[in-house]
Design a protein around this ligand. Structure first.
Ligand code: SAM
Length: 306
């Protein structure tokens, strides 16, 4: 049984009336989701995505014939999906996949569901990569689903990456997504604690480590608290434990003039920048997410003395 599963509130049954049209089924599921606590602004989109998954229809097919009836098999499948969403399971976990960057990734149980916010880390890293066609070496610390590794390798054609995670489930998910994206020849996955098992220097180090303050986890949305693993969230008392640990090891792992880029929580950019500054790294950019919040801190190691 999953963590917290026993404490989930019982939900009313999904009510899909017999032989509804596609449009009616979307309306019924959306109303049910709102009744179960899903944000009203999100429920309609979620219902539409679940209906498309239950029927196999494309967006266009659904838009062209919203009044067509749902078969019994489709209605049954949709009500099972709706019941899962009503228990606050994210749509991406119900579908088992999500779009990230330009890629379609598998979303696995016990592994952080990659978020659109993390695309800001990819974007900043690529913007600061001076020789994108060079045979760069990348280290992704806390790879999770492998989203960052896959996105960077997809854009940097000669780069190679090492993706590290302490969670066995994350390592399996990273390996699967690397293969799914056709990148197996350029990436290896290592189970371990940050860079402990590694020697040598990397041109680019990226990390989206756990950064939620331990005391804030209980107050997170159920979609996060119940479905993302605590190991991917818990950043210790002030949320900065993992940054401290990783930054302390950067002098050993980052090549001269190398680039390090972290995703940070929305109020952590200044703290993470000062951890990097204290070790002699110069801040190259503070990147923002689509909402304008400072969510990425990128820094460089001083170039070699000539
Ligand atoms: C916030 S998730 C990020 C996952 C992925 N990089 C992404 O952006 O979607 C943090 C990841 O760090 C991993 N992690 C936590 N502590 C770790 C440690 N000491 N060493 C290596 N990985 C760790 C977790 O298992 C989790 O997959």
């Amino acid at each position: 049984m999953r963590r917290d599963q026993a404490s989930r509130p019982a939900k009313p049954e999904a009510r899909i009336e017999p032989s509804p049209s596609r449009a009616q089924a979307i309306a019924q599921v959306a109303a049910y989701l709102v009744e179960c606590g899903v944000d009203a602004g999100q429920a309609q989109d979620d219902a539409r995505a679940l209906l498309r998954a239950a029927t196999g229809l494309s967006r266009l097919q659904l838009a062209m014939s919203p009044q067509a009836p749902l078969s019994d098999v489709e209605a049954d499948r949709l009500s099972r999906y709706a019941a899962r969403r009503a228990a606050r399971e994210p749509v991406s976990r119900i579908l088992g996949q999500r779009g990230f960057w330009t890629l379609d990734l598998t979303v696995a149980a016990n592994v952080l569901d990659p978020r659109p916010d993390t695309e800001a880390l990819v974007e900043t890293t690529l913007a600061l990569t001076e020789k994108p066609d060079a045979p760069l070496t990348i280290l992704d610390l806390g790879a999770g689903s492998g989203a960052i590794t896959c996105a960077l390798l997809s854009e940097l054609p000669a780069a190679r990456a090492v993706a590290v995670d302490i969670s066995p489930d994350a390592c399996v998910a990273t390996q699967a997504n690397i293969a799914r994206c056709g990148l197996s020849g350029r990436a290896s996955v290592l189970r371990g604690r940050w860079g402990d098992a590694l020697a040598g220097k990397f041109d680019i180090i990226v990390s989206n480590p756990p950064y939620v303050r331990a005391g804030d986890i209980a107050g997170l949305e159920p979609e996060v608290r119940l479905y993302d693993p605590t190991l991917a969230l818990d950043g210790g008392a002030d949320g900065l434990d993992c940054y401290r640990e990783i930054v302390a090891d950067l002098p050993r792992l980052l090549a001269p003039n190398g680039l390090v880029a972290f995703e940070v929580g929305s109020d952590q950019a200044v703290s993470v920048a000062s951890l990097l500054g204290a070790r002699g790294f110069s801040i190259a950019r503070v990147g923002r997410d689509a909402g304008g919040h400072e969510r990425v801190v990128a820094a460089r190691r001083a170039p070699p003395r000539s």
